[in-house]
Ligand binder design. Structure first.
Ligand code: SF4
Ligand code: MG
Length: 284
């Protein structure tokens, strides 16, 4: 049996031929399998967009949230059951337009989840509109004369917000992407992996050929623990790099809460807690 079969279900995959998201899906399945995470031990949460289908295409727990809300749902799942490996996934429109507030606070909060930003710099599902991550001068149905704003830069935002694991991958560099997802899952805290995942239909100018030519690898000598150096590496490459930009070992959210039990909420016998009885009495 191929390693990804354990995570493959019967759902028909309807992304366009050549869409970068197929590679993200495959990399996620291989990363989960290599880490020997069983189907019932993983939850994939997505928002709205072409990227939002990734949870439905994976044989694991899944929740397809509404626009920009994958991160609040993912955080709720992790808070309720910290034994689960929780993956949030979404596109640039989903995560850094309507979901920007959630993204920034999830990064700051440092809950132990992995966020796959499937970034194609366009709204694909709505048939090609400019997103907050689209390039300056990008021509689309919503900016026919070209985008006049500069794009948001998720990895820089994450660095500024105190992100403890910030990486960038590319759908066209599958083995590196698998490694980054595995490292992100193993990192104890919030992990952002900003993935260049081409929309071959509505943003062909930022396709595989362009990305292969323009993305550089951070390389072995990049010091991922150097916070100041991470800003430097980002600026030197204009953000066009793949690899692990920055990692620290700050405690994750749940380990900072003294009263949080080692037992997940989902495993507590709530019928026998004095706390619950008192709470009920207060309300009746
Ligand atoms: Fe992928 Fe773009 Fe097609 Fe959506 S529209 S499935 S993002 S290629
Ligand atoms: Mg998009």
């Amino acid at each position: 049996m191929a390693i990804i079969d354990a995570y493959t279900n019967e759902v028909e995959q309807t992304w366009c031929p050549g869409c970068g998201h197929y590679s993200v899906l495959r990399a996620l399945k291989i990363a989960l399998a290599r880490l020997e995470i069983q189907n019932h031990q993983a939850a994939i949460v997505s928002g709205i967009g072409c990227s939002g289908r990734i949870g439905g295409y994976t044989k694991a727990y899944g929740f397809h949230g509404i626009h920009g809300r994958s991160l609040p749902v993912a955080q709720g799942i992790k808070l309720a059951n910290k034994k689960l490996t929780v993956i949030a996934a979404g596109g640039d429109g989903d995560g850094f337009a309507i979901g920007t507030g959630h993204a920034m606070h999830a990064i700051k909060r440092n809950i132990d989840i992995t966020y796959l930003l499937m970034n194609n710099q366009v709204y694909g599902l709505t048939k090609g509109h400019t997103s907050p991550l689209s390039d300056l001068n990008f021509v689309s149905k919503s900016t026919p004369l070209g985008q006049v704003e500069d794009p948001l830069r998720p990895s820089l935002l994450a660095l500024s917000a105190g992100g403890g694991f910030i990486a960038q991958g590319f759908s066209g560099k599958q083995e590196e992407l698998i490694e980054l997802i595995m490292k992100g899952i193993l990192h104890k805290g919030f992990s952002l992996i900003n993935i260049f995942s081409p929309c071959v239909t509505f943003n062909p100018g930022k396709g595989y050929a362009w990305l292969r030519e323009n993305l550089v690898s951070l390389g072995e000598d990049h010091d991922k623990k150097d916070y100041k150096g991470a800003f430097g590496a980002f600026l030197e490459t204009s953000g066009l790099f793949t690899g692990l930009l920055y990692e620290n070992d700050a405690p994750d959210y749940q380990s900072r809460i003294p009263l949080v039990s080692e037992t997940p909420l989902t495993d507590l016998d709530i019928k026998n807690t004095r706390f619950l009885d008192g709470l009920i009495e207060e309300f009746i």
